[in-house]
Design a protein around this ligand. Structure first.
Ligand code: ATP
Length: 363
């Protein structure tokens, strides 16, 4: 089911003793989520992700704007009538019930014409348990399961009512690194099989990039950019997005555009077309450096770290306030650590230039 957020705004009265004003948690948010896709809602703590999710599920009412599920305007529909499945960070399972009872629970509360027979409830519970691969654990209690298995139970429980959309709020945060990777792949598989339109909230950019068909990057309640993960990584619209995506993070330098050249310190590192002279921030991805004896950017070498196939070269550029540069280059490139100096060419497609004042992308 297609989901549309139209100019959604949510303001809260400010909290605390000296509070007078309002906090705008979500500001004029417009997003169209295509049917059957998984979108990652991504941003730092406090950027409004949970508020957006609570608006979608109906736990909060917007101050302004509308929400549509398909053609239906659900803005004023109460949460229980929206047909939304929720998965939380802390699983929220009933500890005294078995896995089977936990999954069946949402079906037992159905009333009227939605009421199901006992056999139908069991059949559905088994179906979703098989989907998330916990069908052999049905008689266990949550305390007898690993974190990853508990999260699968929570996903099964969210799916058993056949929701119109699925919302996941940091579902992997309580898992250790290995389980997080594994469960993330599981969520992707389950979403592809069920084709339920899913919104996945996370502050972890790598997680969002790897799992999503589309990401929505937010900052301070405002949508910064919407697009396929690779598109957003390759063409960030502003400095915030450029810095938020990528590990190791993008290297940011103060620079100038003069007569069609990008200067970092005194080094003319790249020809840029169609840009008037001005002060800029130049962002260069770690993979955007190429060691070269005649490279345009001269740096002082601080250290080299072997990462297996690649090496990480840490250096500083003196003319540019000793900005530390983290570059990832192929181990075969061979760094001459003797001279204390390294020179780089930069790959044009890995350089992003932003106006110093507005921090918006140019050109
Ligand atoms: P986190 O990742 O830390 O959970 P988030 O991106 O989910 O953060 P929100 O919880 O949506 O962010 O909060 C957005 C902003 O709105 C924050 O500044 C927060 O303090 C504020 N806020 C959220 N809920 C309320 C509330 N009930 N009353 C007042 N302010 C609120």
């Amino acid at each position: 089911m297609k989901v549309v957020l139209e100019n959604l705004t949510k303001k809260f009265p400010e909290r605390g003793r000296k509070a007078r004003g309002e906090v705008t948690a979500v500001s004029d948010m417009s997003v169209e989520i295509p049917d059957g896709k998984l979108i990652g809602l991504l941003g730092p703590s406090g950027c409004g992700k949970s508020t957006a999710l609570n608006l979608l599920c109906g736990l909060l009412k917007p101050t302004d704007g509308r929400i549509f599920f398909g053609e239906e305007d659900v803005t004023n529909l109460p949460a229980e009538k929206r047909g939304v499945g929720m998965v939380f960070q802390n699983y929220a399972l009933y500890p005294h019930l078995t896995v089977r009872q936990n999954i069946v629970f949402p079906l037992e509360n159905l009333r009227g014409k939605e009421k199901l027979s006992k056999e139908e409830m069991q059949r559905r519970a088994m179906e979703v348990a098989k989907l998330v691969q916990i069908d052999e654990l049905m008689e266990r209690k949550p305390g007898e399961l690993s974190g990853g298995q508990q999260q699968r139970v929570a996903i099964a429980r969210a799916l058993v009512k056949m929701p119109r959309i699925l919302l996941m709020d940091e579902p992997l945060s309580n898992l250790d690194a290995r389980l997080r990777l594994q469960t993330r792949e599981e969520i992707r598989r389950i979403q592809r099989e069920t084709k339920i339109t899913t919104v996945f909230v996370t502050h972890d950019q790598e997680e969002a990039m790897s799992i999503s068909d589309m990401i929505v990057v937010m900052n301070r309640g405002v949508v910064q950019q919407i697009g396929k993960p690779q598109e957003v990584y390759d063409r960030p619209v502003n400095l915030f997005v450029a810095k938020f995506l990528g590990t190791p993070p993008i290297n940011v330098f103060r620079g100038q555009i003069r007569q069609g050249m990008l200067y970092i310190g005194k080094d003319a590192v790249l020809r840029v077309q169609g840009c008037a002279d001005r002060e800029v921030f130049a962002g260069i991805r770690p993979e955007g450096f190429v060691l070269h004896p005649q490279g345009a950017l001269t740096c002082h070498l601080n250290g080299v770290e072997v990462l297996g196939r690649d090496i990480s070269v840490v250096s500083t550029n003196e003319a540019c306030e000793n900005t530390v540069i983290r570059s990832i280059i192929s181990a075969e490139s061979g760094v001459d650590t003797g001279s204390g100096t390294v020179r780089f060419h930069v790959k044009p497609e890995k350089v992003h230039i932003f106006d110093r004042e507005t921090q918006e992308r140019i050109p």
